[in-house]
Ligand binder design. Structure first.
Ligand code: FAD
Length: 471
């Protein structure tokens, strides 16, 4: 089928590295996309821009080694502004019948955005595995701690412990310490042996590997205590249990504690896949990501005609890959609608994306999800904080009802039924269910995406009932 480029009606959800490069490629081929992003400024997570009122910090101060790439992505987007229909502050909370339901945050107004083609570039959030005490004020995800620093220019506490695993663990600790915050310790659940074994694979991207080594060396040189192979035990509260006062962990030999007033915790990232789910994309379990992900071909085509997937929203591959995947998906969209593109460029992008695979495998091996997390989670641990559902309640559901599938577990226990719709607790609940049933993680399934995919004022959903909206 041949379509004139002006007859296309593409919408891109997400103005991170993937969305920006997708928009750029479409514009370069004479197409004017609509770009919808819930953030107030383009850049996505890694290249998040502070509000104009706080924008005195240099790119170097905000993005460190990534300053050059951040500037390049921001400049590319700024140059596109005349050629795209940009909708900032606009949350896509539902998708149905070729339209997106959008909430404009500042005005609380809603709109319905039609699309002919859709590029979903919705990025990722932290993978959360709770620890007793994680609901105390003063506990943040690693990503949340970084957003506070990058966007608002503030630290989450005066004396901060970072805990969990993943590349973000050391990066955020480095960024905090570099910005002048007191980092009391970095507690990594991965063992040094994991990281050494993964080194050959990670050396496939020597520059990225070198940055990781630098962060660790810098933290050590600046007196930050680094402990590997730990098992987090609990976040300790103050006398009134009204805020964080410390952390306790096991170092393999004994229990240890450390005083702090804030904790950043996370276990790498999980893809934001709900929109792809509402659009009907087929999902498969991806062992590398330990998650069910929407299936895409090497060019970013999903299983649904006209829907393309790019960036971390379809599997965590990092910011450089997001840029390449965004551009590649846009080229696929153009080709699918009869617009000529440079096939050599498409091939180059696919080759670069393919080459990253071995490195990503290395990263997952270097920072594995703790295999004993579910076994160690005490019954009283709150897994779903929206609905206050504990690990014990989930286990009880398995024991009493024979529950062995995530959506059934949700129906019976209410896990994942609250404001976050399982975005925060879904990973942990699946780990508990797999452990309690003895089934492999892929067999317990995933929570189906439901509208609204992120919290919206309830009266808006009532005023504008939409197909597929439900609990
Ligand atoms: C909190 C956080 C911090 C990170 N920090 C770093 C870092 O410092 N260094 C590093 O190398 N990597 C970092 N990463 C990973 C890195 O951000 C990603 O690899 C990269 O940004 C992926 O680009 P992307 O375009 O796929 O997604 P993102 O950059 O995440 O962009 C996705 C965009 O989609 C928008 N969006 C999502 N859902 C909706 C919706 N429903 N409606 C409207 N808009 C929506 C978001 O507002 C966002 O702007 C971080 C990730 C997270 C989650």
């Amino acid at each position: 089928m041949t379509t004139s480029s002006s007859a296309l009606q593409p919408v891109i959800v997400g103005a991170g590295p993937a969305g920006v490069r997708a928009a750029e490629a479409l514009v370069a081929h004479g197409v004017r996309p609509t770009v919808v992003d819930e953030a107030s400024r383009a850049g996505g997570q890694i290249y998040r821009r502070p509000p104009a009122s706080l924008a005195q910090r240099s790119a170097q101060a905000l993005y460190g080694f990534e300053a050059g790439r951040a500037d390049a992505v921001h400049a590319a987007f700024d140059a596109l502004r005349e050629h795209i229909d940009y909708r900032p502050d606009s949350l896509v909370w539902n998708a149905h019948g070729g339209r997106l339901d959008v909430l404009h945050g500042p005005t609380r107004s809603t709109s319905s955005v039609p699309f002919g083609q859709l590029i979903v570039a919705t990025g990722a959030t932290d993978r959360v595995l709770p620890v007793p005490g994680w609901t105390l004020p003063g506990v943040y995800t690693l990503g949340g701690a970084q957003v506070a620093l990058k966007f608002q220019g503030c630290a989450i506490g005066q004396r901060v412990v970072f805990m969990g695993t993943g590349p973000l663990l050391y990066l955020v600790a480095y960024q905090y310490a570099k910005a002048g915050a007191k980092v009391a310790a970095v507690l990594d659940t991965a063992r040094l042996a994991d990281q050494l074994a993964a080194t050959p694979a990670m050396l496939r991207q020597p520059a990225v590997f070198a940055k990781g080594v630098y962060y660790v060396a810098w933290l050590r040189a600046h007196g930050v205590a680094l402990h590997r192979g730990v098992r987090p035990l609990r976040v300790l509260g103050d006398a009134t249990e009204s805020r964080v006062a410390g952390v306790a962990w096991h170092d393999g030999r004994e229990e240890r504690t450390l005083a702090c007033d804030a904790v950043g915790v996370g276990y790498a990232l999980r893809s934001e896949t709900q929109l792809a789910d509402l659009l009907g994309c087929r999902f498969e379990f991806a062992p590398l990501h330990r998650a069910h992900l929407p299936v895409r071909d090497a060019a970013g085509r999903s299983s649904v005609g006209g829907v393309y997937l790019a960036g971390d929203g379809a599997g965590i591959m990092g910011a450089d890959a997001a840029e390449w995947a965004g551009e590649r998906a846009a080229l696929a969209l153009l080709v699918d609608h009869g617009v000529a593109v440079d096939p050599a460029r498409a091939e180059t992008l696919e080759r670069k994306l393919h080459k990253l695979g071995a490195f990503r495998e290395g990263l997952e091996r270097a920072f594995p999800v703790p295999s004993d997390w579910a076994a160690q989670a005490p019954d009283e641990l709150v897994v779903c904080r929206c609905e206050n559902i504990t690990a014990g309640t989930l286990r009880q559901s398995v024991a009493e009802n024979g529950t062995d599938e995530m959506n059934r577990l949700k129906a019976l226990s209410r896990v994942g039924m609250g404001r976050c719709q399982g975005r925060m607790c879904g990973v942990a609940a699946a780990e508990i269910l797999a452990h309690a049933t003895g089934l492999p993680l892929q067999q317990v399934g995933r929570l189906r995406g439901q509208a609204p995919i992120k919290p919206i004022p309830i009266q808006l959903a009532v005023r504008e009932p939409a197909e597929g909206a439900g609990a």
